[in-house]
Write a protein that binds this ligand. Structure first.
Ligand SMILES: NC(=O)c1ccc[n+]([C@@H]2O[C@H](COP(=O)([O-])OP(=O)(O)OC[C@H]3O[C@@H](n4cnc5c(N)ncnc54)[C@H](OP(=O)(O)O)[C@@H]3O)[C@@H](O)[C@H]2O)c1
Length: 330
């Protein structure tokens, strides 16, 4: 029996394409003393992988080596006392159908708390990013106005709902009418802007938020963010979660033109990396799981089936083909 693996064949220039990936067959791995043999079940595809592929985000992926991301896997053989055959685990693992782990970098997950795929989304990195960035940096207060970009995505859909739980009026910016409808009907956003049919974001936000914007949860950067920030109120807070609109750029973007408004409106703009908050994950997961159980938080997933669909799912994510968390089921 052979093991399928996906390696990085070439570094993408602008939008990645299928030539950047290569499928190879390897011999089936054998687990040794203290190790487990894992079978991949769900693979998370995420925007940050783009930076690791081109080398702008460290540590970068090496050419001709497997790509890696967060994965849910089943333990199918175990020589490690912490893991039994049939356990499910989450870990930062390679894009392989089977792999061996010594158990130090994987954590058990339980299908009793939530469906396994949820550990890659609402109870995983994207849910935690929404929760910590909005509460710690956005500091929402009752009655404030929150704008979220990439609002139908994995982070954005959760950030918007947490804003509602915390008493804000929430407006989402998305790339299709279907997403605009969904964030209002399923996720409870008060209003939505489709940036593709309403490219003048400054005016669109001005119309929907006549009292201005208190918090801008930024997932996209670029001209969308310029248009929102043009409407920001004094003492506004901007958690900068990501800037997906720039990930395929060749030149790094800088925006010193924004600095005067930071001064005269006393703005707080703060970036963060969720990996920095690992010690607080149990706190975040327990809060998110509580809201899920209470029915206060809902989530969507776009689940693509098949190991061979991984590159296409990743490219599709950068093209906005997902609603909620983009996941590949193996
Ligand atoms: N700081 C951290 O630790 C951390 C952790 C997780 C994620 N992030 C960041 O958070 C952001 C969202 O990540 P996610 O995993 O939740 O992805 P996602 O929002 O589920 O998927 C990406 C979405 O971005 C939108 N998009 C793509 N290209 C765009 C463009 N040029 N302009 C505007 N929107 C565009 C698309 O939606 P539309 O159809 O609406 O355009 C797409 O569905 C990303 O920037 C990511 O890097 C940061």
């Amino acid at each position: 029996m052979k093991n399928n693996t996906i390696i990085l064949k070439s570094r993408p220039v602008r939008m990645p394409d299928f030539s950047n990936f290569e499928f190879i067959e390897e011999p089936m791995p054998q687990h040794g003393i203290g190790e487990v043999l894992l079978k991949t079940v769900y693979v998370s595809v995420d925007p940050y992988l783009r930076g690791k592929m081109s080398g702008t985000k460290a540590p970068r992926f090496e050419l001709n080596k497997p790509i890696a991301s967060r994965i849910i896997a089943e333990v199918i053989k175990s020589d490690n006392k912490k893991f039994l055959e049939g356990d499910f685990v989450s870990g930062y693992l390679e894009w392989k159908e089977y792999q061996v782990s010594n158990g130090t970098e994987i954590q058990k997950v339980s299908a009793e708390t939530a469906p396994l795929s949820a550990y890659l989304g609402v109870l995983g990195i994207t849910g935690l990013s929404a929760y910590f960035a909005l509460s710690d940096i956005g500091k929402p207060k009752l009655g404030e106005t929150l704008v979220v970009s990439a609002a139908a995505g994995a982070v954005g859909s959760i950030a918007g709902q947490i804003g509602k739980i915390m008493g804000c009026r929430v407006i989402g910016i998305v790339g299709t009418d279907e997403k605009a409808e969904l964030i209002k009907t399923k996720f409870g956003f008060d209003a939505a802007i489709n940036y593709k049919t309403r490219p003048d974001i400054k005016t669109a936000v001005e119309e929907i938020c006549p009292g201005g914007v208190d918090i801008y949860f930024d997932n996209v950067g670029g001209v969308i963010s310029d248009g929102v920030i043009a409407n920001i109120n004094k003492y506004g807070r901007i958690p900068v979660c990501g800037s997906i609109s720039n990930y395929n750029d060749i030149e790094e973007q800088t925006s010193p033109s924004l600095l005067p408004v930071v001064v005269y409106k006393f703005l707080s703009i703060q970036g963060f990396l969720i990996s920095d908050l690992a010690e607080r994950f149990p706190e975040g997961i327990s809060q998110l799981a509580f809201w899920l159980k209470e029915g206060k938080l809902r989530y969507s997933e776009t689940i693509v089936e098949g190991f061979d669909k991984l590159p296409g799912a990743f490219i599709g994510l950068l093209q906005g083909k997902n609603i909620g968390k983009m996941i590949v089921k193996i």
